[in-house]
Design a protein around this ligand. Structure first.
Ligand SMILES: [Zn+2]
Length: 325
């Protein structure tokens, strides 16, 4: 009697394990379909003991993403042999991973951009607080110091998340990357407006910034909470980028700023590299695509922008001191 009961329990347990294994899609006749449904969905469902550890999910070296990656590699090789051109998978080109990084070239270039932003910001900081004279109340004469400081911090934040996103492309890193880039673009638009129109008084500064901040916040909330619409985001970013470049270019020409030539080179350069974002070509040898090239070209432009900020600080300080005498 006891033996029969044990046998029934064993059979039931085996059935339960078997059905769980089949649900996971690693065994059995329906495996390809199940794996496919796992690939299409973004959630890892099921009880905790059937899920992969968190660190594996983060590193994306789990069964699902590895299968997806190797499937795409095999598919691309086949296409190449048959003379076909590379195609996008889930809206993105296929990159060859290196040392666990998904897009190694873009990661390295983002890190380099971050380093150049840091260098530019530190050299601006040293110039303004230690080399140029300060007011008796220990403030800078240059009225836009705070704006450039915030710009530097937002830029570094943006490049940091860009490096993280290109290392691991998951929903969270994509949202953080998009949001920080939009915040930076919105803030640099505020900086352009305030510098070009010489907005110095606090009340006018608040009046000018509020609509831009409201718009940027709404757009970030829309991307994060409603729909991460890539096409719409590109349009919003290009619109904000083009507006600020036009403001800088016209202002430099009209006011004959001493560093107008530097500003124009930066503006034309930024306009040209924006084309790289729009003209999208597949990664060369699986590594360098138009986006990676764009990250390479922003490095000298970063240097140029900070060089202009330092020139502007010197120019404003000296003209304010001349006025005071
Ligand atoms: Zn990027």
């Amino acid at each position: 009697m006891g033996f029969t009961r044990v046998m029934v329990m064993l059979i039931r347990f085996t059935k339960l394990v078997w059905s769980s294994v089949r649900k996971l899609g690693v065994w059995g006749g329906n495996a390809p379909n199940t794996v496919n449904s796992h690939l299409m969905g973004s959630q890892r469902v099921g009880p905790w003991y059937l899920q992969e550890p968190l660190y594996l999910q983060w590193k994306q070296w789990d069964c699902r993403s590895d299968c997806r990656y190797h499937c795409m590699l095999a598919r691309e090789e086949e296409r190449e042999k048959l003379g076909g051109k590379p195609v996008k998978y889930h809206g993105k080109w296929l990159f060859h991973r290196a040392y666990g990084f998904q897009e190694p070239v873009s990661v390295a270039l983002s890190a380099l951009n971050l380093a150049f932003q840091f260098h530019g910001w530190v050299s601006f900081f040293i110039l303004i607080y230690y080399k140029l004279p300060l007011t008796p109340s220990k403030k800078t004469y240059y009225e836009y110091t705070g704006l450039w400081n915030i710009y530097g911090i937002l830029s570094m934040n943006s490049w940091f998340w860009s490096a993280v996103f290109h290392s691991r492309d998951v929903e969270l890193t994509e949202k953080l990357h998009c949001s920080s880039a939009v915040a930076l673009l919105g803030f640099s638009l505020i900086l352009a407006i305030q510098r070009a129109f010489s907005v110095r008084n606090e009340a006018s500064r608040v009046m000018v910034s509020t609509p831009v901040i409201a718009f940027v916040t709404t757009h970030i909330l829309y991307l994060n909470c409603y729909n991460l619409d890539y096409g719409l985001n590109i349009k919003v970013c290009v619109a904000m980028g083009v507006t600020q470049l036009l403001i800088w270019a016209v202002w430099a020409g009209v006011t004959h700023h001493p560093s107008w030539s530097k500003l124009w080179v930066a503006v034309v350069g930024d306009g040209l590299v924006m084309l790289l974002e729009i003209y999208d070509f597949p990664p060369y040898h699986g590594f360098v695509d138009s986006h990676a090239l764009w990250h390479a070209t922003t490095i000298p432009l970063t240097y140029l922008w900070w060089s202009f900020a330092k020139d502007d600080a010197e120019f404003r300080t000296s003209s304010l001191l001349k006025k005071a005498k």
